[in-house]
Design a protein around this ligand. Structure first.
Ligand SMILES: [Zn+2]
Length: 197
C-alpha cells in the first residue's frame, strides 16, 4: 500500500497487488475508486460505491495483479458535508445532478490528474480500467496514461439507488453493463401498471 499526499493535502492510497512498482511493461488492471464514506464504510444503499469497491477488490484478487487507487474526493469531489446537504434535497425530489447545481456546486468536481500521476509514479503507463464512467478514461488519457481497455463493474440495482443509477446513466454518461438499470426500470413500470389495473 502506498500513500501519496497531493498538493491540497489530501492523502490518496494506491493498493497494489502482484507487481513491483516500476517494473511493468504490459497493461495493468486499474480501479480508480472515489471515496464514499456512506457507501464504502456504512454500506448505504443510496449509491453503488460500496458494491463497486467490493466487486473491484474481488476482480483484482481474481486477476492477481493490479492496482486500486482510493481517491479522496468524497461526493464526486464536493466533500462530505455538501453531499449530505445534496441528499436532503434529493429527499425533496431532486436528482443527484440537480441537487448539486441547486447548492451552487458542480455536478462532478473530480479531477483525475492526481490518479494519472500516481499510476505513472508506480510505473503503470498502460491500464485496463475497471469503470462504468467514461470521464475516468478520458481523465487518465489526458494526463498521460494509455487506457487499452475498459472493463465494466457489474452491480445489481436496488430500490434505493435505482434513481441515482438512472441519473448517472442518463445525465452523466455512465455505461451500465447488460442494461441492468433499464431492465429494472421496465419491471418497475410494468409493476405499477399492474397495480393500477
Ligand atoms: Zn457513494
Amino acid at each position: 500500500m502506498f500513500v501519496y499526499e497531493a498538493q491540497d493535502g489530501k492523502e490518496h492510497v494506491a493498493l497494489t497487488t502482484g507487481f513491483e512498482p516500476g517494473t511493468i511493461d504490459e497493461a495493468i488492471l486499474v480501479r480508480l475508486h472515489s471515496e464514499c464514506l456512506t457507501g464504502d464504510v456504512f454500506g448505504s444503499r443510496r449509491c453503488d460505491c460500496g458494491e463497486q469497491l467490493e466487486e473491484s477488490m474481488r476482480l483484482l484478487r481474481e486477476q492477481g495483479r493490479g492496482v486500486l487507487l482510493y481517491l479522496r474526493q468524497e461526493g464526486r469531489g464536493i466533500g462530505l458535508a455538501n453531499k449530505i446537504s445534496a441528499y436532503a434535497l434529493q429527499e425533496e425530489g431532486l436528482d443527484t445532478v440537480q441537487a448539486n447545481l441547486a447548492l451552487g456546486l458542480p455536478e462532478d468536481a473530480r479531477d483525475y490528474r492526481v490518479a494519472a500521476e500516481i499510476l505513472l509514479d508506480l510505473g503503470v503507463r498502460r491500464a485496463a480500467v475497471l469503470t462504468n464512467n467514461p470521464a475516468k478514461i478520458e481523465g487518465l488519457r489526458r494526463h498521460g496514461v494509455e487506457v487499452v481497455e475498459r472493463l465494466p463493474v457489474q452491480v445489481e440495482p436496488n430500490p434505493f439507488n435505482l434513481r441515482y443509477l438512472r441519473t448517472k446513466k442518463e445525465k452523466m454518461g455512465h455505461l451500465f453493463p447488460s442494461s441492468a438499470v433499464m431492465l429494472q426500470d421496465e419491471q418497475t413500470t410494468s409493476c405499477s401498471s399492474n397495480g393500477a389495473s
